[in-house]
Design a protein around this ligand. Structure first.
Ligand SMILES: Nc1ncnc2c1ncn2[C@@H]1O[C@H](COP(=O)(O)OP(=O)(O)O)[C@@H](O)[C@H]1O
Ligand SMILES: [Mg+2]
Length: 374
């Protein structure tokens, strides 16, 4: 039975890759191939055109404790979490109908009865007459990555809550005290109106300095938690971010925004705002460019945010973290809202960061927003 399965897998590999990767299975090569497939630390599987499983490699036993041969046909589905079974079946049905790739993340029950997360990915293969012959795929344990993702989610959400708290304290507490101090200095200045000389001058200088500190504090508080994002929505917040940036950082930022749809959910809005903030701060810190552009497009299916500059660029093909945590946090924030990010950059060729978030994430409407500026 298993030997038969390995031959089916060999045929599937030959057709799926378009190359005769396992030309002839002599008894020796068949057993080597068999050993290779069964020692791989992932599950390899094949299906027939009806979606029935015709082969499952031995790692299935390590992962689930279930006998691969007993789970052929549709019985493998019983190893899945009850909440994931219907989704897995419909993913496979859709892939059979479209003759397309079948990808999904599901929970499978381990030997110890806990669930493991797996990434299942199958590609269609066709026989020598070009007829659809089924799918061939792999199933990889991604539990460690899922656990890490969950921890990062908690960290990012905690960071956001902490920023909000510090912003509120800066605004409500320190900001108010600075304002009171400003009023007191104005009163002193008034009392000294008939005085001439250095005391009056010193008081005026102190009041001016205090004004600067108050506006810096307001700016820090605003950047930590922009009230305009909460009250007016993403588009005005992005526009204001670009304007503030142009005024403060000597980098002219052009904004091109599309407001024809409702605002995304607050999770998506916060993520996109923070990403724009981080990208612009990178432009100012690293690019050497005098100008940058932020484009926001809100279509029926997806939301797109593009931040570009024509500065010095960097090698974006590097897989290792390049410096701080900025680009890493951008990737994490995008992942958390189910989107994807593309970073296009090369030395001397500027940088373009494209973020795409599916519109299905925009559950919440603009209800409850106050029409007040920050
Ligand atoms: N717009 C940009 N122009 C040039 N280099 C950039 C740009 N954005 C990012 N980089 C490069 O990528 C690195 C990583 O960026 P980031 O993760 O934000 O960390 P940090 O800004 O703390 O260095 C930067 O150190 C820089 O070399
Ligand atoms: Mg950075």
């Amino acid at each position: 039975m298993l030997r038969n399965g390995v031959h089916k897998l060999k045929d599937a590999l030959v057709f799926a890759t378009g190359r005769n990767v396992v030309p002839v299975l002599t008894p020796e090569s068949a057993s080597e191939f068999h050993a290779l497939v069964d020692s791989a630390p992932l599950v390899i599987w094949t299906t027939n055109p009806q979606g029935e499983c015709t082969f499952i490699s031995r790692f299935w036993k390590t992962l689930t404790g279930r006998d691969p041969e007993c789970d052929l046909g549709y019985r493998w589905c019983q190893a899945l979490h009850p909440e994931d079974q219907a989704r897995a079946a419909s993913d496979l049905t859709a892939a059979i109908q479209n003759r397309g790739v079948c990808v999904g993340e599901y929970r499978v029950r381990r030997v110890n009865r806990h669930y493991a997360w797996v990434l299942d990915r199958g590609v269609p293969y066709f026989d020598q007459h070009g007829e659809f012959a089924g799918h061939i795929g792999t199933c990889v344990d991604i539990s460690a990555r899922k656990t890490l993702d969950a921890k990062i989610d908690i960290l990012v959400l905690g960071m956001e809550a902490e920023r909000k708290r510090i912003a509120r304290e800066l605004h409500d507490d320190i900001g108010q005290k600075l304002a009171l101090l400003g009023v007191a200095l104005s009163e002193i200045e008034h009392l000294l109106k008939h005085e001439a000389g250095p005391i009056k001058k010193k008081v005026r200088q102190t009041r001016d300095l205090l004004g600067e500190i108050a506006s810096d504090t307001h700016l820090i508080s605003h950047n930590l938690h922009p009230a305009v994002l909460m009250h007016l929505g993403l588009l005005p917040a992005l526009r204001r971010l670009c304007n503030d940036f142009s005024a403060q950082k000597k980098v002219y930022v052009e904004f091109d925004g599309d407001s024809s749809y409702d605002d995304p959910s607050s999770e998506v809005s916060t993520a996109l705002f923070r990403i724009a903030q981080e990208c612009l701060s990178n432009v100012a810190k690293h690019s050497g460019a005098g100008a940058a552009k932020v484009v926001f497009r809100h279509g029926l299916d997806s939301i797109q945010l593009i931040i570009s500059d024509s500065g010095c660029g960097f090698d974006s093909s590097q897989t290792l973290p390049l410096g701080g945590l900025g680009l890493i946090s951008i990737r994490e924030r995008v992942r958390m809202v189910g989107g994807e990010v593309q970073i296009h950059s090369a030395p001397g060729e500027g940088t373009k960061i494209i973020v795409l978030v599916p519109s299905r994430m925009q559950f919440r409407k603009t209800a409850g927003r106050k029409a007040t500026a920050a």
